[in-house]
Design a protein around this ligand. Structure first.
Ligand code: 4NP
Length: 159
């Protein structure tokens, strides 16, 4: 079974995409799946996830404290099989890095997994309170559960 590489993308790579990476990694630990995350900005390169993101992950038995923020590159778009963005701003930044139609179709809004075709944004919790992080966690958990089920089906079909 060929390993599937999945990239989560947000703006700072310290709140939403590290949570998405942590949640999907945990759900797919029994599958040949590699999950990573990156930010469209370089504001927080090298930093660990925001304390509030680490907290809500810990509450749900997920440790994201070892992640380090990095900036999205055009190579990422080539390397990864699926690229999930948190919002429309991330989506347009990713599109600018695309070099082929094959790469373009890898990119989708993560909330389209749970709300097909709506292109909904995962609200940016950075300037909000802790409740914002709980909301983000729940939205990402729903989509990641569906992503895991889909991957499980694909891998089962290959066997
Ligand atoms: P994220 O949240 O994109 O979910 O990591 C943000 C983190 C930092 C900033 C904005 C959003 N910032 O402007 O520094």
């Amino acid at each position: 079974m060929k390993q599937k590489k999945i990239l989560m993308v947000c703006l700072g790579n310290i709140c939403r995409s590290p949570l998405a990476e942590g949640i999907l990694t945990e759900k797919c630990k029994h599958l040949p799946v590699f999950v990573d995350s990156a930010g469209t900005s370089g504001y927080h390169i090298g930093e660990a996830p925001d304390q509030r993101a680490q907290y809500i992950a810990n509450v749900n038995q997920i440790n994201i404290g070892n992640q380090k923020a990095r900036k999205l590159t055009s190579k990422d778009i080539e390397t990864f099989d699926l690229i999930y963005v948190m919002d429309e701003s991330n989506y347009s930044t990713c599109l600018k890095l695309v070099k082929s139609r094959n790469d373009e179709i890898k990119i989708d809004f993560i909330l389209n997994v749970s709300n097909p075709g709506k292109n909904l944004n995962v609200p940016d919790p950075y300037f909000g309170g802790d409740k914002g992080f709980e909301n983000v966690y729940n939205l990402l958990n729903d989509s990641c559960e569906k992503i895991k089920i889909q991957l499980q089906k694909e891998f089962n079909a290959q066997r």
